[in-house]
Each structure stands twice: as structure tokens, then as C-alpha cells.
Design a protein. Structure first.
Length: 406
């Protein structure tokens, strides 16, 4: 049996080599189908990984609480919602279980100046809990001391973008910069985080104690956002419900009134974006898979032509004692070899296309052995399914009729 298979395989390769151009055009649909499916899935996996990385850069198990009914301050329209204050921060710390850290956030913008260098940046007024929630480490120096936070001292930590533009290669810790008209001492430099959720540069920031920003920059006690990190041991939805209940009580909202604040869960947006990306990848992959069916029809068509061309050869083989199943096996092997070669060429095409497109789309290239193996075996299956009918037709030829065929 092994000798028969080897001989059959050799005959199949001989026939393919005899008509190279026709064989290539026959499997072109398989090549395009396999290449498209694998490329789409590979780029989809890379896009999903990029989304996960950007979401994780916002911090793990993070909830962002803002005034307003929609995303962002005042997102619900109508009257400007009331901001949060220090008492709200303390109430969350004391009364909501499952919170690892609670950080107020006051945001402004301004020009940071050091000697002749200046840089327009974002100013955050917050606490050490903000850095803790984001798992943001220090490259140099330290964070704020409790005394500095309590007194609202004019000290700051700077992101790597601000550090690069103001200090170049110099040591920033211990030196002073001016933000707007406020002079502050640099006590630490943050580790590089990169961009998040698009073009936003997380490293382009100056962070100061919240009281310092409120007193010296914004001129009020408002807190524009509260960032909390949730203990992984607690259910995020339960914690959100507790936060919602507490804030509604503190803001004296009636049962019939809508929330005048919103809670943004980074984990939920991550799951939504991943689900959307996977759905689009599946849709594009399904469209590309149609090429595989087209390729299968092409194989069946060319195999029928081959049976017609080789009718006399088939008749001779049957007349000298070849069994019908041996003829069927020969043509079936030819179809499977053609489809498998198309699958291999498609995988090669997908590899090249993925390596070329991934950097252009700014997503990582992630090799997925599963989709490559599935695509290859599916291409071989196409050869079996669409090659069986022509092979069966060849095996059922009458030897006398076949020998009389011109």
C-alpha cells in the first residue's frame, strides 16, 4: 500500500510539473484565500494586543469618576454639573470597600520653563495614589511626602517628555522649573509610559500635589475627576454600585433624578474594543474565506478537464488490470497536492503581507500557529471535497469506451 501511495504521489507531481502555468492558475484562488484569511487573523490579533496594551497603560482595575452624565465633564449637556471636592474623596476612602487607592485629579495646562528652555505641557494636581493606581514607577528621585501633600508644597514630578525638552541630558532632580508663574522643585522623574488610546502622550505631564494646583493655578477647590483602583479580589460591578450609591447620597439626588456623574471602567472599554476587533476580524476572515471556495471550484474544473484529456490513458490503465479505486486515488491525490501547494504558497504570502502591514498599521506581529495549521488543513480538505467528483468520474470510465476516445 505504501508503494502504491508513493507511486501515486510521484505521478501527481509529474502531472503538475507537466502543466506548471495551468497548475498555478488553478490554485491561485486557494493561494489568495489562505493568504487573506491568515493575514486578516494575524493583523486582527495584533490589533487586539495593541488595544490591550493601550488600555493596560491606563492602569489595571481602574475606575474614573467624572461629573456629568456622559464621558467627560458635562457630557450630558444642560447645566454644568457640580464638581467633586476633598470630602467626596475622603468619603470614598472610608465608606467603600474594595478600593486600593483613591486619587483626586485636577487638570490644567501651562508653559513649563527652565532657563532658556520651555515646553507647553499638561499639569496634574493629584496625590501619590494616582501613581499607585497607574502602577507608574519613578525613573529618578521620589514621590511626594505626606507632609508635602498635606501642606500643598510646590514640588513636582515630571514625565519623560517634559524632562527631555527642559533638561536634555542633565539631572532634573533637585532643580527648579516654573509652571506658569509658579516655581516648583523637581523631586522625581517618572518612567516612560508612551502613548495611550491614540496620540495622547502620557509622558507629557507635570504632576504636583493637588492642593498646590488648586491654590496656585486653578484658584478653587474643585476636583475634576476621581481615579480609584479596585482590589482584584472584589467584583468591579459591586464596587461601582457602592460608589454610585454613596455619591448619589452625597450629591442629594432624588430617586427619580439621573446621575450627575459617570463612572468609566477601563476594563469594560477593553472588553468592548477587543470584542469589536475580534468581530471585525472574523467578518473579514469570512469574506476572505470565499476565495477558498472559488479556488476549490477551480480545482474541480481543471481536474474534470484533466480527466477528459487523459481518458485514453485511463482506459489503458484499466484495461491492463488497474483497479477503479487506484485510478480514483491517483486523481484525488493530484487534487489534494494542488490544494496543499496552494495552501503553502498562501501561508508564505500571508507571512510576507503580515510582516509588511503590521509596522504600517503600528500593531505587533503575532504568529498564530493555530490559524496557520487550520488554513493549511482546510486547503487540503478543499482538494478532497472538490477533487472527489472528477476522480470518481475517472474511476467509473468504461475501459472500452475510454480506449476508443480520441
Amino acid at each position: 500500500m505504501n508503494a502504491v501511495l508513493i507511486t501515486t504521489f510521484a505521478l501527481a507531481l509529474r502531472e503538475i510539473r507537466r502543466h506548471l502555468m495551468r497548475s498555478f492558475l488553478t490554485v491561485l484562488g486557494i493561494v489568495i484565500g489562505v493568504g487573506s484569511v491568515v493575514t486578516m487573523v494575524t493583523l486582527g490579533n495584533g490589533t487586539t494586543a495593541a488595544v490591550q496594551e493601550q488600555i493596560s497603560s491606563l492602569g489595571a482595575n481602574i475606575l474614573q469618576i467624572r461629573p456629568g452624565q456622559g464621558f467627560g465633564r458635562g457630557g450630558g449637556g444642560g447645566a454644568q454639573p457640580r464638581s467633586f471636592d476633598a470630602a467626596d474623596i475622603e468619603a470614598l476612602r472610608q465608606q467603600v470597600a474594595g478600593l486600593v487607592s483613591v486619587a483626586p485629579l485636577v487638570q490644567s495646562s501651562g508653559l513649563a520653563v527652565r532657563n532658556a528652555a520651555n515646553w507647553s505641557t499638561t499639569v496634574y494636581g493629584t496625590s501619590n495614589d494616582y501613581l499607585k493606581a497607574q502602577s507608574w514607577s519613578m525613573a529618578k528621585g521620589r514621590t511626594f511626602t505626606p507632609a508635602e501633600e498635606q501642606a500643598g508644597k510646590t514640588v513636582c514630578v515630571i514625565g519623560s517628555t517634559v524632562r527631555r525638552n527642559l533638561f536634555r541630558e542633565e539631572e532634573p532632580v533637585g532643580q527648579s522649573i516654573r509652571v506658569r508663574d509658579l516655581s516648583c522643585e523637581v523631586v522625581g522623574a517618572l518612567a516612560t509610559r508612551g502613548s495611550s488610546m491614540g496620540p495622547m502622550d502620557q509622558d507629557d505631564v507635570v504632576i504636583m500635589p493637588v492642593k498646590a494646583v488648586q491654590r496656585r493655578i486653578t484658584g478653587n477647590q474643585d476636583v475634576s475627576m476621581i481615579m480609584v483602583s479596585v482590589d482584584p479580589a472584589y467584583d468591579s460591578k459591586t464596587v461601582q454600585a457602592s460608589i454610585k450609591s454613596l455619591l448619589r447620597e452625597r450629591r442629594r439626588l432624588q430617586p427619580t433624578e439621573a446621575d450627575d456623574f459617570n463612572i468609566f471602567d477601563t476594563q469594560q472599554i477593553s472588553e468592548t474594543l477587543q470584542s469589536t476587533t475580534q468581530m471585525l476580524t472574523g467578518l473579514l476572515g469570512a469574506v476572505a474565506a470565499v476565495s477558498l471556495l472559488v479556488g476549490g471550484i477551480g480545482i474541480m474544473n481543471i481536474m474534470l478537464v484533466s480527466v477528459t484529456e487523459r481518458t485514453r490513458e485511463i482506459g489503458i490503465r484499466l484495461a491492463i488490470g488497474a483497479l477503479g479505486r487506484e485510478v480514483l486515488l491517483q486523481f484525488l491525490v493530484e487534487a489534494v497536492v494542488l490544494a496543499s501547494l496552494g495552501g503553502l504558497l498562501g501561508l508564505t504570502l500571508a507571512l510576507g503581507a503580515s510582516l509588511l502591514l503590521a509596522p504600517m498599521l503600528q500593531v505587533p506581529y503575532i504568529f498564530d500557529p493555530t490559524i496557520n495549521l487550520v488554513a493549511f488543513f482546510f486547503s487540503a480538505l478543499i482538494g478532497v471535497l472538490f477533487g472527489y467528483f472528477p476522480a470518481r468520474r475517472a474511476a467509473r470510465l468504461n475501459p472500452m469506451d475510454a480506449l476508443r476516445h480520441e
